[in-house]
Write a protein that binds this ligand. Sequence first.
Ligand SMILES: [Zn+2]
Length: 264
Amino acid sequence: MAIYDQHMYTYFSPDASETFENYLKQTSGSIVTTEHLDFNDPFSGKDTILDYENYRQTIDKLNTQYNNRIRKGIEIGYTKESHQQIQDYLEGKEFDVQLLSVHQNGEYDFLQPIVKEKNVQDVMNEYFSLLLEAVESFPTANVLSHFDYGIRLFDVTVAELQEHQSILKKVLQTVIDKDMAFELNTRSMYQYGNVELYEQMIVWYLELGGTSFSLGSDAHSIAYYGFHFDEAIALLEKQGISAVTVFEQQQPVELSLDQFKENE
Ligand SMILES: [Zn+2]
C-alpha cells in the first residue's frame, strides 16, 4: 500500500512515541511527520517546541538509509498571542509541509473537559472566529487542519454547522486565496463522528472553487496510520475529486487517488 498520510507524529512530539522506522514499514512510498508546535500549551502549561536540529539530523541520517523516503513537517498550533514566536521559530528552518491548526484560545485547549460545559453555539462562534484569524494572518502554512477541532467534544448536526456558513465560507475562501489545502482529518471524521460536517465543508469548498485536499489521520502511532482513508477517498470520489495534494519543500504535488489504490 502506498497511501500518503499528511498528518502524523513520532517521538519528537510529547504525546507520541512512534518511530519513523515503524511508519516506513506501513508503506512502500514516502512518509511525512507533522510534529507539534504549541506555544503556551494549556495541556502542559508549557511551550511544546519541536527540537528541530535533532529532528532534522535524525531524518537526514535515516534518509541515507531509506532512499530519501522521509519528509519533514510541523503542525503549527496558532494563537494570536504566539504569532511572533511561531514566526521566529520557523525562521531558517526547512519543512516540507506546515499544517495550520487552532487547538486553544489562550486559556484552554478545545479538547479539555471544561469545553463540554459550554454552550455549543458559543463554542462554534469562538472557534470559527479563531480559525478565520489563523488562516488570514498566517502566511506560510500549506494545509488547514481539522477545521472542527474546537467542536470535537460535541455532537454538532449539519443544520447547526450551516448556521455558521458565512464565517466558514470565509475560512474556505481564505484557504483558496492562500493556495492552501483543506484537510480531511480522518480522526475527526471517523473517531469523533464528524464525517457529515466534512461532507458539508467539501461541498462549500468546491462551490467556492477549492481544489486542494489533504488526507491526514492525526496518527500518534502506526495503529492509526491511514485511519479510514478508504472511506475518505470514496467520499472524495463521490464529489468528483480524483487527486489529493501533498507538499514537498512546501510546493504542492498532486497525487492521484487511483495511485493510492493501485498500490494497495
Ligand atoms: Zn492538531
